[in-house]
Design a protein around this ligand. Structure first.
Ligand code: PBG
Length: 330
């Protein structure tokens, strides 16, 4: 097994050989594209910190859906950007029958092109609450608590409403304890026993969500999310979160963020056998784009390498703002 008998460079000598022995592959069908739905007609408003990412009115989103299907993407992940005036303390827009995502889902599911896409809906309250937190807030003098159990009930109602509007998969991203179990039983009671739950089981309180909060107008108005999202230092706790969500009935896992937490993805892959995705979050996308704009990184190579790293760490699929750009190259 020693040099010179073994020369590892032999298998790198041509593109054909390199392709034959490649261990990890990227395919459009393993990429999920996030869409931000907003009110209006003909609206296509670019998110300033995310070049190429837009708030889209439903008619514009339908054009994106056609493009995503033509590229062979695996699916979509829908977020709502309701008008500010519609927001309230509870986030009631999240489960409104005529909510922005509910209407978007009905329109998207009506398109024949959407048949090849798994249409997922994010389940959270932060885009709908007037305070921007992911659950119900109780104020106690100068401090506040995001109240777990009442929030879980609202999240379960949201998941049911999204499933009824046509979501193929519901994806809770709030990080309240017990929400997967509550969502599972609410779906079952609503005759949606076949709707799978993609749980953001391992979601860290991260600086890399910054640009998303501009895209979704969901920045908390006070405090931060550290009492519900996980501390970035904790890998073992991430495994406990996953175990818990599995026990409550999660069908798939979503790990988030991706690139700063590849070790967590790898560890989850070696411990758990259910399908697992990873979310290459907004800050990961913006940081690469900032370097592209300056000519500091080669866009295509850096994009594909960042996605490959996430697959190599063990993710089966990737939620990424690069989904369309990457699929066009693959
Ligand atoms: C909602 C949610 C967030 C993201 C996905 N779902 C924001 C947050 O937790 O603050 C972030 C996605 C991204 O940064 O691309 N809770």
């Amino acid at each position: 097994m020693n040099f010179p008998a073994t020369r590892l460079r032999r298998l790198r000598s041509s593109a054909a050989l390199r392709s034959l022995v490649r261990e990890t592959r990227l395919e459009p069908s393993a990429l999920i594209y996030p869409l931000f739905l907003c009110e209006g007609v003909g609206v296509r408003r670019e998110v300033s910190s995310m070049p190429g990412v837009f708030n889209l009115s439903i008619d514009e989103a339908l054009k994106e859906v056609e493009a995503c299907a033509a590229l062979g993407l695996g699916g979509l992940l829908l977020f709502g950007v309701p008008d500010e005036a519609e927001k309230d303390e509870q986030g009631s827009g999240a489960w409104a029958e005529d909510g922005i995502v509910q209407r978007g889902l009905r329109a998207i599911k009506n398109l024949s092109a959407a048949g090849s896409l798994v249409v997922m809906a994010d389940v959270c309250l932060c885009e709908y609450t007037s305070h921007g937190h992911c659950g119900v807030v109780n104020r106690e003098g100068d401090s506040f608590v995001v109240d777990n159990d009442p929030s879980v009930a609202l999240l379960a109602a949201t998941a049911v409403s999204l499933a009824q509007a046509g979501a193929d998969v519901v994806a809770p991203s709030d990080m309240m304890d017990g929400r997967v179990g509550a969502i599972r039983s609410a779906l079952d009671q609503a005759a949606k026993a076949n709707t799978p739950i993609l749980s953001y089981a391992s979601k860290f309180a991260s600086a890399f969500y910054g640009p998303f909060r501009e895209a979704a107008a969901s920045t908390p108005h006070f405090g931060d999310r550290r009492t519900y999202q996980m501390d970035g230092a904790n890998l073992r706790e991430a495994m406990r979160e996953i175990e818990q969500d599995l026990a409550e009935g999660a069908d798939m896992l979503l790990m988030k963020p991706a690139m700063p937490y590849l070790d967590v993805i790898r560890e989850a892959r070696s411990r758990f056998d259910l399908p697992m995705g990873a979310y290459q979050v907004s800050g990961e996308y913006s940081m690469l784009h900032a370097a592209f704009q300056r000519g500091w990184l080669e866009p295509e190579r850096a994009m594909l390498e960042s996605l490959l790293s996430i697959r190599r760490a063990g993710a089966d699929f990737i939620v990424t703002y690069f989904a369309k750009d990457a699929a066009a190259l693959l």
